[in-house]
Design a protein around this ligand. Structure first.
Ligand SMILES: [Zn+2]
Ligand SMILES: [Zn+2]
Length: 372
């Protein structure tokens, strides 16, 4: 207890985060036990959760923080209004913190630096003010956007009005129309689509700063702690492919493979087909594969060196097989590197072939892991 810096507690944020969590944990089970399950309340919860989370991932994150596409007014307005309902501060503050995170990832100036542990990266950085206030000199582009500045000024009013008052009013009206006690409906709206949804959305967003820097694989780079995890992608509306994202932060996609779960990417793509967003930024396939091949080669060479240290037995024989695969990959890597730097368009067939060879090498690496 003596290590908790009480003099540096951010009391307003801490009271909000802890108060909403306690209200949801105690209030929702009691409400469901006394009143039962009403599908309208759950529909409202899922609508609000999806709208809030998508506004953070598509709006706050990919649009405003990374400028990974351009959006028309309705998309900006929707994501700023429902983003406010997440109670994760204004878009301007959020983007400033997030740009600092990318610039200084895993270092002191990173607001949610994972090297300080899970608790700090997840929520500690909000509960305590240990670092000086950021200068916010990295969001001058967003300051020119009138809608962003309007949201910055009224963020808590918008969040409270749309994120809490409206679910309360809808719960009241629904029960009234059904001939039930309207105040029970209002309480349900407050607890389920209001408070509980805020808590769930917040922790799902916080996972991106905590678990997404701890759990999963690093297929594109090990120069930072960010990781790719399908499980985290599920909880974060696609943001779980965080290793890719830190490597290629301006890409509108996080789950770049066709089978990866990235509803935020699908939403942006759909909006582009409807003409509501444009200028979607994509990293060329060759550059993505080059990063994957480079990382696979680096891991294989390290592993090979460890295996070579044991001159006799099965490790030695396995090392010869692995060596051959690494040589093949190296040749492909250099060819691809040259093609990327000369901006030569490679056929899908060639890229797929090299991708397959990289996968075979990674499989062999896992198979021989016991020898190292
Ligand atoms: Zn990150
Ligand atoms: Zn980012």
């Amino acid at each position: 207890m003596h290590r908790i810096p009480f003099d540096r507690v951010n009391w307003i944020t801490s009271s909000f985060l802890i108060g909403t969590a306690i209200t949801a944990l105690i209030g929702v089970p009691i409400y469901l036990f006394k009143v039962g399950i009403d599908w309208f309340q759950f529909a409202m919860f899922f609508f609000y959760l999806t709208a809030t989370m998508m506004s953070i991932t598509v709006g706050y994150h990919r649009l405003f923080s990374h400028l990974s596409f351009k959006a028309k007014l309705p998309v900006k307005f929707f994501t700023l209004v429902f983003g406010a309902c997440a109670f994760e501060n204004s878009c301007l503050n959020w983007a400033s913190d997030h740009r600092l995170h990318h610039k200084h990832v895993d270092h002191e100036e990173d607001p949610y630096d994972i090297s300080k542990g899970f608790f700090w990266a997840h929520i500690g950085w909000l509960l305590f003010k240990l670092n000086p206030e950021p200068s916010m000199d990295n969001v001058s582009d967003l300051r020119k956007d009138k809608l962003v500045m309007w949201q910055h000024k009224y963020v808590h009013w918008i969040g409270f009005g749309v994120g809490v008052i409206i679910p309360v009013a809808l719960g009241y009206v629904w029960n009234l129309a059904m001939g039930l006690n309207p105040w029970t409906g209002a309480l349900g709206g407050f607890l389920i689509a209001g408070v509980c949804r805020i808590v769930v959305a917040q922790h799902c967003t916080f996972f991106i700063n905590s678990f997404c820097h701890m759990l999963g694989s690093q297929p594109y780079s090990t120069s930072h702690s960010a990781r790719d995890s399908a499980l985290m992608a599920f909880f974060t509306f696609g943001e779980g492919y965080h290793n890719y994202h830190h490597e290629f932060q301006h890409d509108y996609r996080n789950g770049v493979k066709p089978w990866q779960w990235d509803p935020s990417k699908w939403a942006i793509w759909t909006l582009s087909k409807l003409g509501l967003v444009e200028g979607l930024r994509r990293v060329p396939d060759g550059r993505i594969l080059l990063a994957e091949m480079g990382e696979a080669r680096r891991k294989a060479q390290l592993h090979l060196a460890e295996m070579r240290e044991q001159p006799h037995g099965p490790a030695h024989r396995a090392a010869d097989a692995l060596h051959e695969l690494v040589e093949k990959l190296s040749a492909n890597y250099h060819e691809l590197e040259k093609a990327v730097s000369d901006r030569v368009q490679l056929s899908r067939h060639v890229l797929n072939h090299w991708q397959d060879e990289t996968r075979i090498l990674m499989r062999e690496l896992r198979r021989t892991a016991a020898y190292a």
